[in-house]
Ligand binder design. Structure first.
Ligand SMILES: *Cc1c(COP(=O)(O)O)cnc(C)c1O
Length: 473
């Protein structure tokens, strides 16, 4: 080793050692940490007030300080007994990838600024497109900050495709109010997106669901007809493949049929559930997704990579090229043939290297390894369902994916409430679940398997904690 290299390594050594200690220590301690912190904002703010930035702090010490704060005062979504809201247990490959992305800090906005980073993203998105049944050579895909940005991309593309005047003159140019259709159980990002896009929150039609919490296609057809009769301008149907609350999968093929008959854009929001297309055993539950005009899927949900890593896919290039076009050649370097510059094809401008964590996680595990993690989580969901049913709990959803919504006779007859039971389980620190309100209306408990580390013994502990919470009334 050259002397100057040796001295840089010596400088770095305490930092890397501290970081390695932290990674290993966290992974080893995780199973025994309380899942949820007990802390008030005041306590945190008082502690932070000691950082007045007056004197410099060595980096190795700072790593220990900050990691200690995160360990003490976080809801540990990596915990095998965090049965929560689609936040996965991350793998080391994703952690390392985020650090390498920060180290090289490639600016993906224009291809010539980040040739390899842009091509790595294209490569991994192409692989996922084929799994979704889309042709990468004809369609288009990009990484996003998350499902919301991917859904926003879909709405922008659908508006641009349906109304050629929309690009220059916006909704003012239309001779009616545009409306879009989602199920009553769809993700609420569409409400924010409608506001931001200028069509207004009212433009979102929340279609009733059937008893399995799936969008009711007959109601949809009637609503579209009624809207047309009133002079409204339907432009988009959204099917959800794995609702956030209960994992319901809308009837995608039937929705694709309606969209074709009505000449509407068909978007599938598979932010969490989309990962199921990778599994030969689970894929059939998403049949019809290959007919979508566009699809949302988050790598940061079921694919075990850290936030933020969403993905947007479409079979149509032209609306994308129209929707995000801008002329900035006065300062951006010229485009390279046969490439796309993300600043003219996506919502973002400056762009982080989001895709590396999916690329490295997938490359390290191999496709079969990734499928194994997905199927393991689905199997733990099945186990939880069976364990709850055999212990006298009542299942209220029937998703083929790993979300279980349930209640108990003692809740049903008013001896205790769902929120009291959740409070006791979460307060115990051994597991984290949440309360959920579903169309019906039904109030229930919700437990989702989001960790590839969750084992049958963790399911046992959750059921134990639930039984304790019910007896404690
Ligand atoms: C999580 C989720 C979203 C939002 O995705 P973010 O990554 O949080 O922006 C959208 N739709 C569904 C169905 C989701 O579960």
């Amino acid at each position: 080793m050259l002397p100057h290299v040796r001295s840089v390594v010596a400088d770095l050594d305490p930092v890397l050692r501290r970081l390695a200690d932290e990674i290993a220590g966290y992974e080893l301690a995780l199973d025994d940490l309380p899942v949820a912190p007990k802390v008030s904002p005041t306590e945190i703010r008082e502690r932070l007030s000691t950082y007045d930035f007056a004197d410099p702090i060595p980096l190795d010490q700072l790593i220990g300080d900050v990691a200690g704060l995160l360990r003490q005062w976080s809801l540990h979504v990596n915990h095998p007994r965090y049965f929560g809201l689609f936040n996965p247990t991350v793998r080391r490959a994703g952690v390392v990838a985020d650090a390498i992305a920060a180290l090289y800090n490639p600016q993906l906005a224009a291809w010539p600024h980040a040739p390899i980073a842009n091509e790595i993203e294209r490569h991994v998105l192409g692989w996922f497109m084929r799994a979704l049944g889309l042709d990468p050579a004809a369609g288009f895909a990009n990484f996003t900050s998350g499902g919301q940005e991917a859904n926003q991309t879909a709405v922008t593309a659908a508006l641009t495709s349906a109304f050629p005047e929309f690009a220059e003159r916006g909704v003012r140019a239309l001779d009616g109010e545009p409306v879009l259709y989602v199920s009553a159980e769809a993700h609420h990002s569409f409400v924010k997106i409608a506001h931001q896009s200028g069509i207004g929150r009212d433009a979102v039609r929340h279609i009733d669901v059937d008893r399995r919490l799936r969008l009711d296609v007959d109601v949809l057809a009637r609503e579209i007809a009624a809207d047309r009769a009133r002079g409204r301008l339907p432009f988009l149907i959204v099917g959800t493949a794995g609702t956030t609350a209960a994992g319901a999968i809308d009837p995608l093929s039937e929705l694709a049929d309606v969209a074709r008959q009505e000449r509407l854009w068909f978007h599938v929001d598979a932010a969490w559930g989309g990962a199921a297309v990778l599994s030969p055993a689970l894929r059939r539950h998403l049949a019809g997704i290959e007919r979508a005009d566009s699809i949302t899927c988050d790598a940061h949900k079921w694919l075990s990579v850290p936030v933020a890593a969403g993905m947007f896919f479409t079979r149509h290039r032209e609306p994308i090229l129209q929707a995000f076009r801008v002329e900035a050649s006065s300062y951006v370097p010229p485009a390279v043939p046969d490439t796309y510059d993300p600043y003219v094809t996506t919502v973002q401008w400056s762009r982080r290297f989001i895709g590396l964590k999916l690329f490295m996680t997938l490359a390290e595990l191999g496709e079969q390894g990734m499928v194994g993690l997905i199927e393991h989580q689905a199997a733990m969901g099945e186990l939880l369902r069976a364990r709850l049913a055999s212990s006298g709990w009542l299942l209220v959803n029937d998703s083929p994916l790993a979300i279980v919504c349930f209640t108990h006779p003692a809740i049903e007859d008013g001896r205790t409430t769902a929120s009291e039971v959740v409070g006791r389980v979460v307060g115990g620190g051994r597991a984290w679940i949440s309360e959920v309100r579903l169309s019906g209306p039904i109030t229930a408990l919700r437990a989702c398997i989001t960790s590839h580390r969750t084992q049958p013994s963790d399911i046992d502990i959750l059921v134990e904690e639930l039984e304790r919470a019910i007896r404690a009334r």
